[in-house]
Design a protein around this ligand. Structure first.
Ligand SMILES: Nc1nc2c(ncn2[C@@H]2O[C@H](COP(=O)(O)OP(=O)(O)OP(=O)(O)O)[C@@H](O)[C@H]2O)c(=O)[nH]1
Ligand SMILES: [Mg+2]
Ligand SMILES: [Zn+2]
Length: 298
């Protein structure tokens, strides 16, 4: 054993909640410490990311030195965060109205990153009656919460779902991600509302990702909303696997590479006709499939 390992007894474990200006802010279970990296870590190819669990040597003055990074179980690429357990995909029921294609792409991205999606429909205080059906079409295959940051409806359900997990809030701009966080976490003051200074692709171009500790345990990160998201670069035959409404169904299509589109003997199409697979889910699948096929043509 080398010297570093012998000294491990003095190290404590923590989680990187913010990286800024060459410092790493580590939550040690009680306090946040401003830490630097041990030299050999600075020369590694893989950087230390927000969300990483680390071993650090604490100093008395709320500082410390990061000695080692523990293995990660996941890396989310946009925003770059390690060890994310779940993505809370937030869409508002009104203002703006939900864009179903975009919602589907957020769900696909989560599935590809092997991150559990929780779908949160916010601004239920503005919702109209006919949206009940729209919401329930997602309940069958996903964990769905319906909230209002304004009235507080559904927030305790959402809070319970965040317990002891690392969660990332994602979704388009203006749906209420920051408002929900402010309502969930006493004392938090994330900027909310319409901001007029749009810079290029987004208005939060210089913002840094930060994990916010929850009183009951766990962390959550707010992200700036983006209103477009490209379908990831996957093969058309991989797509069905990312739709639980389809992939949970035992398929026995005639063709082994069946895309469940126009092929004869397709068991998925038959299941849709017989009402065993939700039609809305199948339509969303076909739409994404169409986009993937179009892309291949050029
Ligand atoms: N009526 C109603 N308004 C809401 C609700 N939640 C948020 N809002 C309003 O919607 C606007 C946008 O809210 P934000 O929390 O800034 O939205 P965001 O998702 O963080 O937006 P970005 O940071 O741009 O991605 C604000 O004016 C909020 O007051 C809600 O549940 N009901
Ligand atoms: Mg926001
Ligand atoms: Zn098929």
């Amino acid at each position: 054993m080398n010297r570093v390992l012998n000294n491990r007894d003095n190290l404590i474990e923590g989680i990187v909640v913010k990286a800024y200006g060459g410092f790493f802010y580590i939550h040690d279970g009680r306090d946040v410490r401003e830490c630097t990296l041990r030299g050999r870590l600075r020369h590694r190819k893989q950087l230390v990311l927000v969300g990483d669990r680390v071993l650090m040597a604490p100093s008395n003055d709320k500082g410390g030195v990061v000695e080692d990074v523990l293995p990660r179980h996941s890396i989310l690429t946009r925003p770059k965060v390690a060890n994310v357990d779940q993505a809370v995909i937030i869409f508002s029921l009104r203002e703006p109205e939900p864009n179903q294609g975009l919602l589907e792409r957020f769900i696909i991205m989560a599935a590809l990153n092997r991150i559990l999606p929780i779908i949160c429909f916010n601004k239920v205080d503005l919702a109209v009656g006919c949206q009940v059906e729209f919401v329930s079409s997602y309940r069958e295959n996903y964990n769905v919460v319906v909230t209002s940051a304004k009235t507080g409806q559904g927030l305790s359900d959402l809070k319970a779902a965040l317990n002891n997990k690392i969660s990332v809030f994602a979704g388009p701009s203006g749906v209420g991600k920051s408002s929900i966080l402010n309502s969930l976490i006493p004392g938090l003051k994330q900027k909310t509302g319409a901001v007029s200074t749009r810079l290029g692709t987004g208005r939060h171009t210089t913002r840094h990702i930060e994990l916010i500790p929850l009183e009951e345990g766990g962390f959550v990160a707010d992200t700036p909303g983006f209103s477009n998201l490209d379908l990831p670069n996957i093969k058309p035959e991989e797509l069905a696997g990312l739709f639980p409404g389809i992939s949970n169904y035992q398929t026995n299509c005639y063709f082994s590479g069946c895309l469940h589109y126009e092929e004869p003997g397709c068991s998925i199409k038959k299941a849709v006709e017989q009402g065993e697979i939700d039609e809305a889910c199948y339509r969303q699948y076909l739409e994404s499939l169409g986009q993937l096929m179009d892309r291949r043509r050029y």
